[in-house]
Ligand binder design. Sequence first.
Ligand code: NAG
Ligand code: NAG
Ligand code: NAG
Ligand code: NAG
Ligand code: NAG
Ligand code: NAG
Ligand code: NAG
Ligand code: NAG
Length: 892
Amino acid sequence: MATSTKIVLLLACCMTLLCSSLGAVGNGYQISSLNNTGDGGIQAILDVIANTDTFGPDIQQLQVIASYETKDRIHVRITDNINKRWEVPKDLISRQDTSASSSSDLFPKDYQHNNPSNQLQFFYTNNPFGFAITRPSSGEVLFNCTPSSAANFGPLVFKDQYLELSTDMPTYASLYGLGESTRPAGFRLISGNTYTLWTSDIPSITPNMDLYGAFPFYMDVRPSGNTHGVLFLNSNGMDVLYQDEYLTYKTIGGILDLYFFGGPSPLSVVQQYTEIVGRPAPMPYWSLGFHQSRYGYKNVSVLEDVVAKYASANIPLDVMWSDIDHMDARQDFTFDPINYPQSEVSNFVQTLHAAGQRYVLIIDPGIRVDNNYSTYTNGMKNDIFIKSSSGSSPYLAQVWPGPVYFPDFLNPNTQSYWTNEISNFQKLAQFDGLWIDMNEASNFCSGVTCTFLSDGSPCPSPDAPTTCCLNCNNSQGSKWDYPPYKINNAASQRDLGGKTIATSAVHYGGILEYDAHNLYGMSEAMVTNRALQSVLQKRPFVLSRSTFVGAGKFTAHWTGDNGATWDDLRYSIVSVLNSGLVGIPMVGADICGFLFDTTEELCNRWIQLGAFYPFARDHSDINSKPQELYLWPSVAQSARKALGLRYRLLPYLYTLVFEAHVTGAPIARALFFSFPNDAQALNINSQFLLGKGIMVSPVLVSNATTVNAYFPQGIWYSLFDYSQLVDAGNGSSQVVSAPWDTINVHVNEGSIIPMQDPASTTSLARKTPFTLVVAFSLQPYSLAAGYLFLDDGESIDMELVDGSSTFVTYNASKSTGGGSLTSNVTYGNFAFNQGLLLQNLVLFGLQAAPASVSINNAPSDSVTIQQISAHAVQISGLKIPVGNIFVVSWST
Ligand SMILES: *[C@@H]1O[C@H](CO)[C@@H](O)[C@H](O)[C@H]1NC(C)=O
Ligand SMILES: *[C@@H]1O[C@H](CO)[C@@H](O)[C@H](O)[C@H]1NC(C)=O
Ligand SMILES: *[C@@H]1O[C@H](CO)[C@@H](O)[C@H](O)[C@H]1NC(C)=O
Ligand SMILES: *[C@@H]1O[C@H](CO)[C@@H](O)[C@H](O)[C@H]1NC(C)=O
Ligand SMILES: *[C@@H]1O[C@H](CO)[C@@H](O)[C@H](O)[C@H]1NC(C)=O
Ligand SMILES: *[C@@H]1O[C@H](CO)[C@@H](O)[C@H](O)[C@H]1NC(C)=O
Ligand SMILES: *[C@@H]1O[C@H](CO)[C@@H](O)[C@H](O)[C@H]1NC(C)=O
Ligand SMILES: *[C@@H]1O[C@H](CO)[C@@H](O)[C@H](O)[C@H]1NC(C)=O
């Protein structure tokens, strides 16, 4: 042992020497002056140790500020000491979202820790400069870029267009996050991979490539279960290299701005992280319903037909969607006069509204260049389009409507322009939400500058709209188009500005697209959210394809263009978990697959899984066969059962939306969120949790009628079929049956789940009586708890206000002679005024059926007690107002 340690050290030494002597990208910095700040942090000036010229000259002097911002958070900021550099704007990411924080202590158990001292500690070295972050309570080193550790990697590099920082990464760390990509290998990051962050219109059928979003955040779970998070708040293109024993950030601009979150649980990490990037937006209640969409709904009668067929098949449907089919010549804010006449659309939407259903339609950011199009002329009048590098004229691109300019959502004048366009459009068709697509931004032509074809030929050709029809010229490319370090975007198959806005293009105030590219979708989501809020005077629903960390504050998300394959079905779980981890919890994948023809069996299994995505939408491509759920009897049957359970779970899901909004917690969570000490839970990619205690274990392969599922510790009861019980002991894999119309959904001991009755829409479901499902362990003495949040589902704010919302904490206990359930209500008036009643209690895990039941200590004779399975007893006929504080007790 001793010998090999020496050898390792020796090797490490050599490698450091090799690195520096072989012309590493930089030689590092040393501290030239330093002040200790009161909180234990430092402010220091660094000087470059020796100049290098790879990727440009070194910035000579840097400023470092390391501060203990809270007991759980350390912020290390390194930038040029002389010249101001690009940073993510504070309007997009405030760095201190306190909007809903006062309610977060309603969820005490998983989030609070009573550690009176700092959870994290900062260390530094002088020459070369480096730093480390540790967790003093355990002695764990969480991040370490001091030179003593730099055996495998080079020193800190800071150039105008190339910044590099590395840390040790023990092989036993489990990392999650970093970029948006389709990950066949699973949720946990794989060492040896490079994660590239560059928002791109690349379909999600493409594995292991930078897709639509950019998430420079990772969570790190250590074997102790202690978890921390690292946010690198930088919007420039970057590669993150995860190697066997280290991790390296290589970014092409901005500053080194790192936030370390001490956790120590996964939930507390997301809580601390979303305080910086922004808490997830409240979602309207209806958005938890089932959504039906398709690119290729030819006309309004087809939409009407789909709605009617859902109704006659008895499958719930809340929202109908329109892709670009409704547009006149594919222009935003217009209706096709032949197939989607405005008056017909408006009548259709009114019919939907009368049935408690909603309508969402698409807009793309590219505005057609056409003097006869008011959205264009208004944009020119307001001067809100992104300019080409010359600065004088807007940057010309091509998307679905042909030649387009892109609104600059970083320009403060764009808000009123965009709100005005949305307002005028809303008057025409009374839609309820907006879908913002193509906002990476996608461009069918690539060019530093593009001009119209000199022959003035029409563009695009209707047969080949995605064929570039502009005259594009790349020979004027600058260092912003062709930076010295080339990130691995599109696996190096594209230039930085390939298939998007040229990176030398210019935003308001001289901001370069080079710096702001990754923020385009998020900035559109912010402006669209505010526009909808002001137009509807209701809680906005926005669905965005491109996102950045913090976009959850403004938008829901879907995983983009997947395919109708079993692999895509499987990968969708990890994509959904990843979005929730980075603070965008309202997320789903296109159910039954977007590209390619689906099959009956695949669509059947997909609706079973998709019914439990936070955002549940069936969407298909114009070139694929239709895939509405009523088209096959087997799929319709599965949809009724799976969506039936989803609609019964709406109060639970909506409470999770509230929990996400006030604490950042994902709605769909990896198993390790509830079981961080369970080593197996770190590697589960085919199951997930909804909230703390519901687990979904879908069938993900063809021709299977069983699932080999992992059950973390405890007793799990089937919510699908109350008779099934799985005793997982300390955690074990179990084969559970999954007939064609069945998905396994289990509730863990210790949970109380508020449910209602199924219905064809969320508006009907939310009026039905409540059932509380209480899952006790099989021990003689056992506790369970749960929560319920209620409000009108569409007020702009989702918060606790007397008369407008209700929050209930449920606690239950049982012992040998009986047990009780307590409802502790905060602001009961809302639930009371709605006349909402608790009808049923389903009690799992009782040793014997109750002989008698009391409500608030008075014996109740009007209730019915029924053993509904070997493990479940139902007490029905309670008729207790949900808004009341009460105790139901039973004795056996
Ligand atoms: C340290 O503090 C002094 C006095 O406030 C100030 O002049 C100096 O610039 C500070 N140095 C650094 C590195 O922040
Ligand atoms: C709508 O489109 C469908 C499918 O293409 C077609 O069969 C039908 O005739 C059209 N209806 C109207 C009113 O245009
Ligand atoms: C201008 O647009 C209007 C309405 O969209 C249309 O009726 C008219 O034909 C267009 N004129 C030209 C010259 O394209
Ligand atoms: C592209 O731009 C260069 C530099 O301005 C110019 O010399 C060249 O003629 C242009 N090419 C085309 C095809 O427009
Ligand atoms: C499906 O399973 C059945 C029985 O388990 C088997 O006979 C059949 O060959 C399988 N079909 C496919 C396509 O794998
Ligand atoms: C479960 O873990 C506990 C504590 O680590 C141990 O005492 C017990 O024997 C384990 N039970 C099983 C069934 O493995
Ligand atoms: C109710 O349950 C919550 C969550 O487990 C717990 O924090 C709280 O202490 C419990 N309250 C009572 C009175 O048992
Ligand atoms: C009920 O909730 C209030 C405030 O949320 C809390 O102070 C009180 O201890 C709770 N009571 C019980 C019995 O849980």
